[in-house]
Design a protein around this ligand. Sequence first.
Ligand code: C2O
Ligand code: CU
Ligand code: CU
Length: 511
Amino acid sequence: MSLSQFVDKLPIPRILKPKGTKDGVPYYEVKMQEFKQSLHKELPKTTVWGFEGNYPGPIIEVNRNEWIKVKWINDLPEKHLLPVDTTVHGAEPDKPRVRTVIHLHGSVVEPESDGYPDAWFTKGYKEVGPYFTRKVYDYPNRQRGTTLWYHAHAIGITRLNVYAGLAGPYIIRDPLENFLRLPRGNYEIPLLIQDRSFNDDGSLFYPTQPQPPVLSVCPSVVPDFFGDTILVNGKVWPYLEVEPRKYRFRIINGSNSRFYRMRLSTGQPFYQIGTDGGFLQRPIITREILLAPAERADVIIDFSEYWGQNILITNDAPSPFPRGNPAYCRTEGRIMQFRVSIPLSNYDFSVIPQRLSTITPLQEGEASLTRNLTLVRETDKYGRAFLLLDGKRWDDPVTIKPRLGNIEIWTLINLANSTHPIHLHLVNFQILDRQPFDVEYYNETGKILTTGPVVLPDLNERGWKDTVRANPGEITRIIMRFGPYTGLYPWHCHILEHEDHEMMRTFEVVY
Ligand code: C2O
Ligand code: CU
Ligand code: CU
């Protein structure tokens, strides 16, 4: 099916209002529901899942240090919209098909409010998972201002629940930001990028089998998923009319597996001001931004010199990244279009500041320990390839127990053949470096033999991160301080098909 491009306006998610207050703080109720929504002019309406009648979900916006409470309500039908594989951990035949729990990605919250994968619940809390904690979550928002995103996280069906539509933006605004005079109001827009495929009747297509198929399991989880259309804020290949001035875009890669390596078709730069965990020290001028699933980039684009032009955000990231199929330039190679067609309504007083924030590097010397953690490909009992972290499965006993307040270095040793975006709950980390190593030698001896120089993180990775690209044949070192809470949290690959198929482990912060 081929859909015309840039015929639908970019939707801008509304900002959700609290229902009232509870214990003296703003209280939100957010219902997950199934409904029909038009995702493209030429497509019949698509049945999706969303929040409060919106796919993607509305923006939850708070100020830093503003405590809020959120009750995520499962009001979904009993039948899943997509093929559930019951051989995958946590999705066994005795489990309800439609289970949800919502995680606020990048948030620093207590385990009880983190959306642990086994803390799922069904409609009306008729059934709940083994780690179910509470109905109302607490978000203290004591962390740096940044773009987070909330998304479904129930064990074994995260790929399906997110693909059905359960994701949305969450913004923590630091009041100090006002002094920076960044573009704001109508000139500050979140862009949640996701890929999807459609059947002719407009319904979402998600494969029931990998290629080649595994005959003994149907439907079966797939090793990854790449849709043939790109959606931004829930529209396929949208356009946005802009004024010839500066805009701020908070870009979120909310795709299951797809990476995006973005450029502007005019060759003009992005001014990247922030990453997963908030502002960089100073803006980075770059013509290319690479985002793996769950990574975010806060950017300014200056349209002032482009009156009358149509500008594309293009994508040339191969799938799987980095050695898979090239992005076809006419389809996945395009993300959205800007039309610089609205006359300037006012002088553009916004600026691209010289300095944005201070990022104090965590010192390697202060780390109490280094953990070597492998990313390795295996075959499951049905003959399907899948990936493990540290050679262990989700249900294996907890092996990582950082002490509260301690700094650790994790060395991610990627023995597989593609890049895996590794995400830790609770903590923001800094990337120390990456270095190529001899994979065969490691497989034989269990020792790291480096084969090239240490590479520092990209300029736009030199801030606080919660998701890091661990490239094949490289060791990637990250450093973080564990806290401020104790308890059990997940860490995992954010390629959702991998996460659902065992590429997820836990760590427990202990006293
Ligand atoms: Cu965005 Cu545990 O995930
Ligand atoms: Cu997370
Ligand atoms: Cu992965």
